[in-house]
Design a protein around this ligand. Structure first.
Ligand code: NAI
Ligand code: MG
Length: 355
């Protein structure tokens, strides 16, 4: 069987890291005698420069025709002056998620034993952390109406809106409950129900859905408290579910547990074709320096194998190779530790492939 994988490298370090993830997937194909067929597509600033659109029709068609999508990252200062809908982020990745109906973003935060000492947090706080943030991805604050309007006094009123419907909350809650059921059976729903009407309704709907999952224990937590709990006692968490922006912010924060933003992978599910990408952005500050950590992208490739292609043995193989490479001490700059060999983007992938 041939599997079609669309590769959308994007901007900044996007092409640098996704090239390494593709090399690792090719190594897996050789080892397990699998047939992966990669096709690249333009997205983000790179697509805008070439075609005038951050998400060309051709790319969308490629995605729809593929079994899975490996995404790099988009954006950068070069395109920040553009009208919002032409920008790589809103017009590229946000539009792609919406077009493909990818409403469920799974962001696992696992601390590799070898990296417990690489975090800026205490090793006893982070070692053994194994949680998943389920971020609602196609609604909430990032997709509500946004506009500016002039005021008589010469000032401006700016508006962003946070909207959800019953069915949008229900479906993301079900994804989270199903995941919790397969894991340790605990779900934390994160909101700001003491202030936001959307959060009060979120809480009601999630509580309603919980009746179908008597085997999962549900707790509600305010997002501000949750931000604190995540660095104080992260081991209390199993699966967490939350609104789009809350999930964006808390997952970057959680990356500190794992040692670096460059370690965290994600899967975006819900439509016909899953999309897999690191949680980080295009990192213009290190683009071209060969310092980018490719592990987030490589682990996104493992999630792609597991969720879209149902190749779990192959996925395990990648995850074990990453763990073993870290055990051997190889480190990119973002997870550097004294006395351990420092490697660049390609060399890290070389070691993982060797494993
Ligand atoms: P960022 O995630 O690109 O970078 C934040 C910091 O983490 C930087 O210091 C960067 O060097 C470091 N970093 C990120 N990934 C790394 C890796 N793999 N290895 C080592 N270090 C890494 O966030 P920032 O700087 O706020 O945004 C840069 C651009 O990316 C912006 O245009 C932003 O809009 C865009 N962005 C795009 C996303 C996407 O395509 N899904 C997600 C987040 C941001
Ligand atoms: Mg983000």
């Amino acid at each position: 069987e041939m599997y079609k994988i669309a590769v959308l490298p994007g901007d900044g370090i996007g092409p640098e890291i996704s090239a390494q993830a593709v090399r690792v997937l090719e190594a897996v194909a050789r080892r397990f005698n699998r047939d992966f067929y990669f096709t690249s597509g333009l997205v983000g600033g790179a697509a805008y420069d070439e075609t005038g659109s951050p998400l060309p029709e051709k790319t969308l068609a490629l995605c729809r025709d593929s079994d899975a999508i490996l995404f790099g990252a988009v954006g950068g200062p070069r395109w920040d002056h553009l009208p919002v809908n032409l920008r790589p982020e809103v017009g590229g990745i946000l539009a792609l998620r919406k077009e493909l109906g990818l409403y469920a973003n799974l962001r696992p935060v696992r601390v590799f034993p070898a990296l417990a000492g690489a975090s800026t947090l205490k090793p006893e706080v982070v070692s053994g952390v194994d949680l998943v943030i389920v971020r609602e991805l196609t609604g909430g604050l990032y997709f509500g109406k946004k506009y500016r309007e002039p005021l008589p006094d010469g000032g401006t009123r700016v508006v962003d809106t946070l909207e959800y419907t019953t069915s949008e909350i229900e479906r993301i809650a079900r994804v989270a409950f199903n995941l919790a059921r397969q894991r340790r059976g605990k779900l934390t729903s994160v909101d700001k129900a003491n202030v936001l009407e959307s959060s009060r309704y979120w809480r009601e709907v999630v509580t309603g859905v919980s009746r179908d999952y008597p085997d999962v224990s549900l707790e509600h937590m305010y997002v501000d408290n949750c931000a604190m709990q995540l660095v104080k006692n992260p081991k209390q968490f199993d699966v967490m579910v939350m609104e789009n922006m809350f999930g964006d912010i808390l997952s970057d924060q959680s990356s500190v547990l794992s040692g670096s933003l460059g370690m965290l992978a994600s899967a975006s599910l819900g439509g016909n074709t899953g999309l897999y990408e690191p949680i980080h952005g295009s990192a213009p500050d290190i683009t071209g320096t060969r310092q980018a950590n490719p592990i987030a992208s490589i682990l996104s490739g493992a999630m792609l194998l597991r969720f879209s292609l149902q190749l779990s043995e192959e996925a395990d193989c990648i995850e074990k190779a990453v763990a073993e490479t870290l055990n051997q001490g190889y480190r990119t700059a973002d997870i550097a530790q004294p006395g351990m060999p420092l490697v660049n983007t390609t060399q890290m992938a070389d070691q993982i492939i060797a494993q």
